[in-house]
Design a protein around this ligand. Structure first.
Ligand code: GN1
Ligand code: MG
Length: 420
């Protein structure tokens, strides 16, 4: 039963009711739904959605050092891996404090403590970097919320791992490019992130997901999934399987160059969707890069490639009408200009810069193949809306890759024109 609904209080004394009124759930029900604490007067039952969300998180709330009293929660649906909740707390002065609470997916992140250690190190380093430049680090980086007693990670009795951040006031994480200039800023933001971390001792970072962008290993995993056919979904996928076999050599080109030493390893974000950069609502400037779970040693091509794959596409990642999917070259150029304005300053090699478009091809191919692998495995990794969701996503990324291939020379020429 949802706490605060009529039956939960029946037969209890006044003292008990007073005590109950102090709990966040009772207060939330009262404030939001106009309920009265006394007796069993009819009260509108909060929607099941809220009850379900609240029931998932209520045991976690007392363990974090949130300021004020619980006011409201809603689930955010943009991530494909972790579950994220937007919490609002009301403090004594009447100010609303906003937090993001995340349930870390430990099928994907096998060791959440290692993820948190990486994040803490990155945040400390970025804070110093901003302070050294005389820039106020507030709103420029993630700020973790302490767990009472110890650190920033809470492990609940069910074995779930939780962490929380302050929301950055007056800023938005866009799921789609709404104004083209935001994409220039996203490029600048991700470029600045790389530049500020270029002297970070990468060897100190753990690989939170080993071989994350090792596309050769991903190809072997795909082949193994096809062989095993554990969900019985391989029949009828011949065209899709051929698609990846045809691109087998191309998709290992970054890994080969890293192995031969022609591409250096740097500290990279590895998940540079535009919704992982916060944009200031007033100035439209990129403020802060978020979702640091996959910050690991990698190639700059990964960050550039993944950002274009997501942000310069004319359609959503799971668009089912593939005729609507292409690369918007105007957006490609804007992001490239923003990114290069930060990284074209002597720390990237000329070869890396010239190869940036290869990142777009490889990362688009990699994700298409990851979605198809997960479809074949029976949806073990990515959250899905329905059983076809991963297949729809794979088809969308395949269509996007075909357009990247058509426009590849144009991309290379544009980048070459900007390289110092
Ligand atoms: C996952 O959950 P989210 O949106 O942060 C995935 C990325 C994919 C992305 C595709 C750890 O990221 O690699 O590119 O979905 N993250 C992980 O939308 O696998
Ligand atoms: Mg992510």
């Amino acid at each position: 039963m949802f706490p605060g609904c009529p039956g939960s209080l029946s037969g209890r004394g006044a003292a008990e009711r007073r005590r109950r009124k102090e709990t966040p759930e009772a207060r939330f029900a009262d404030e939001k739904y106009g309920g009265k604490e006394e007796g069993c007067a009819p009260r509108r039952r909060p929607p099941t959605g809220f009850a379900m969300v609240y029931n998932e998180i209520k045991h976690v709330l007392p363990h974090f050092a949130f300021e004020g009293r619980f006011h409201s929660v809603r689930e955010l649906h943009s991530g494909n891996i972790n579950n994220t909740y937007h919490l609002v707390y009301l403090d004594r002065g009447g100010k609303l404090n906003h937090y993001a609470l995340q349930h870390i997916n430990n099928y994907v992140f096998k060791d959440p403590a290692v993820v948190m250690r990486n994040i803490e190190m990155i945040c400390d380093y970025l804070r110093e970097s901003y302070l050294n430049d005389g820039v106020d680090p507030k709103r420029r980086m993630l700020e973790l919320i302490r767990v009472h007693g110890n650190g920033y990670l809470y492990l609940d009795e069910r074995g779930g791992f939780w962490r929380s951040y302050h929301y950055i006031d007056g800023a938005t994480a866009y799921d789609r490019v709404e104004k083209p200039e935001h994409f220039f800023e996203a490029g600048r933001g991700f470029g600045e992130f790389q530049r500020r971390l270029c002297s970070f001792p990468a060897g100190q970072l753990a690989e939170t997901i080993p071989h994350f962008h090792d596309t050769r290993k991903r190809f072997y995993a795909f082949v193994a999934a096809v062989d095993n056919d554990r969900a019985g979904r391989v029949r009828g996928l011949e065209k899709e399987i051929d698609f990846f076999f045809d691109r087998r050599k191309m998709m290992s080109e970054i890994v080969c160059r890293i192995e031969s030493g022609t591409l250096p390893l740097r500290v990279t974000h590895n998940d540079t969707k535009i919704n992982n950069v916060m944009t200031d609502n007033e100035t439209g400037k990129a403020l802060c890069v978020i979702d640091l779970d996959t910050v690991m040693p990698g190639s700059v091509l990964y960050d550039f490639g993944d950002a274009i794959r997501f942000g310069a596409s004319t359609a959503a990642e799971d668009e089912s009408d593939t005729s609507r999917i292409s690369v918007d070259m105007n957006l490609f150029r804007l992001f490239t200009e923003g990114f290069l304005s930060e990284v074209n300053v002597g720390f990237l090699t000329k070869e890396e810069i010239l190869l940036l478009p290869l990142g777009v091809k490889v990362l688009t191919c990699e994700l298409a193949m990851r979605f198809l692998t997960d479809y074949i495995d029976g949806d073990l990794y990515f959250k899905v809306k329905d059983p076809e969701h991963n297949l729809v996503r794979a088809h969308a990324q395949m269509a996007l890759l075909e357009d990247v291939e058509r426009k590849y020379d144009e991309m290379c020429a544009f980048v070459a024109g900007l390289a110092n």
